[in-house]
Design a protein around this ligand. Structure first.
Ligand SMILES: *Cc1c(COP(=O)(O)O)cnc(C)c1O
Length: 401
């Protein structure tokens, strides 16, 4: 059987929850959505949650609720999924990237600070900065918060990897140091609703904006009406919105999965610990253990002296053994679509991208799977480093020393 690099974990309770909705009167706009939203508030401590059809939609609505528009700048990390940046382009805004910090692979606060100082001189400060808690490891939010105050920008956390993670014992999603937080419930994230996302905030006015934008910019609340209420059927469109709603089928699955968040994260932490034990002797750079991370990904870095083709050979070896690997992420500005913006390269993101490999991590990964992965990696590194060493020796012989 194939061992994918990521996959969902679904049990009978999840299946029953979906079946219950299918047998009920509402497939969408029923009670499951608000139940899921209440559950997210309870888990994170945020006062408002608004679930939508994807995190990509959630990001767009979060940015739009903060008024991001044409000629505004949004800054984020190049080491993220394209949706983080795309959502800003959809708002008509301009995107720029801040380099990553080599250890955490998260947005670098020092680089951000320097870039802000330059932008202040050039009068192009960002309206929003988006930290991404890469692989589930939480960014230095306290530092970011102090920079946000100093340079008056807004903060949206892209926490697509980080449901169930903690920032100094406060759950990610509490929006302790941000205006809004976004989660993804795509099938391979910490929990899933099939497709889905959420926006969390402590601001009643931002929550209201997001709620309205999610469903055509429409309100059914008499307190919000601007024209005369002609009768009990009356509703109004107050702004241009979308249909980004989540269905009750998805929300029921999401609610059922949400109960297992901490259990899933604990299991992922165990897997990370076991990788550490199995791989610590190898010439790999392992992600530092972190009991607050949700361990959405387990990313190792191959030794820098390997040939540039070595990583492809590693993928082929794993493919032959039916084990999936991935690379997270090619810096966003390298994508053909983003090349039109002619953004500068980020040195650390480039170095990281050349050597990173995501090993399988998901709740059904067995100890036997992990041992097989460790053996394959050991054999691969022995072979590759031997080849490299031989080449070095041949080259040095050729040079006559
Ligand atoms: C998955 C992901 C998204 C997009 O999530 P969808 O729910 O698939 O739209 C955005 N940002 C990051 C960092 C992600 O990993």
């Amino acid at each position: 059987m194939k061992v994918p690099y990521a996959r969902q974990t679904i049990d009978q309770n999840d299946i029953n929850a979906v079946i219950d909705v299918l047998r009920s009167s509402h497939l969408t706009q029923g009670p499951s959505v608000s139940r899921f939203e209440r559950g997210l508030c309870e888990l994170t401590g945020a006062s408002h949650a608004c679930v939508v059809n994807s995190a990509s939609s959630a990001l767009q609505l979060a940015y739009q609720s903060l008024g991001l528009t044409k000629d505004d700048y949004l800054w984020t990390t190049p080491n993220t999924f394209v949706a983080t940046a795309n959502a800003a382009i959809h708002c008509g805004a301009k995107v720029d990237f801040v380099d990553i910090e080599p250890k955490s692979h998260n947005i670098c606060m020092k680089a951000l600070e320097q870039k802000l100082e330059q932008a202040a001189i050039l009068d192009c400060l960002p309206k929003i900065v988006v930290p991404v808690h890469f692989a589930g490891r939480v960014c230095d939010m306290k530092k970011l918060h102090s920079l946000a105050k100093k340079w008056s920008f807004k903060v949206v956390e892209d926490a697509s990897h980080a449901l169930g993670a903690f920032d100094n014992n406060i759950p990610v999603g509490a929006c302790q140091f941000s205006d809004l937080t976004v989660f993804s419930f795509h099938a391979i994230k910490i929990i899933t609703s099939g497709e889905g996302g959420a926006v969390l905030t402590n601001s009643p006015s931002l929550a209201k904006q997001v709620q309205m934008l999610r469903s055509h910019g429409v309100t059914k609340d008499p307190a919000e009406f601007q024209t005369e209420q002609a009768g009990p059927w009356h509703w109004e469109q107050k702004m241009l919105g979308y249909n980004y709603r989540m269905s009750d089928i998805q929300a029921a699955l999401g609610s059922s999965q949400l109960k297992k968040t901490h259990e899933f994260v604990k299991q992922r932490q165990k897997l990370a610990q076991r990788y550490e034990e199995l791989l610590s002797d190898l010439p790999l750079s392992l992600p530092p253990l972190d009991s607050h991370s949700s361990w959405h990904l387990y990313v190792v870095q191959l030794p820098a002296e390997l040939e540039s083709q070595a990583r492809s050979r590693l993928f082929n070896v794993f493919e032959e053994h039916n084990i999936g690997l991935q690379v997270h992420y090619m810096p966003i500005y390298r994508h053909p679509f983003y090349q039109q913006f002619q953004l500068g390269e980020c040195r650390n993101a480039e170095l990281y991208y050349q050597h990173c490999v995501s090993l399988p991590i998901h709740c059904d990964l067995s100890e036997i799977d992990q041992k097989r992965i460790a053996i394959l990696l050991t054999d691969f590194l022995e072979l590759e480093l031997c080849v490299t060493r031989d080449k070095f020796e041949l080259a040095s012989q050729a040079r006559g020393n």
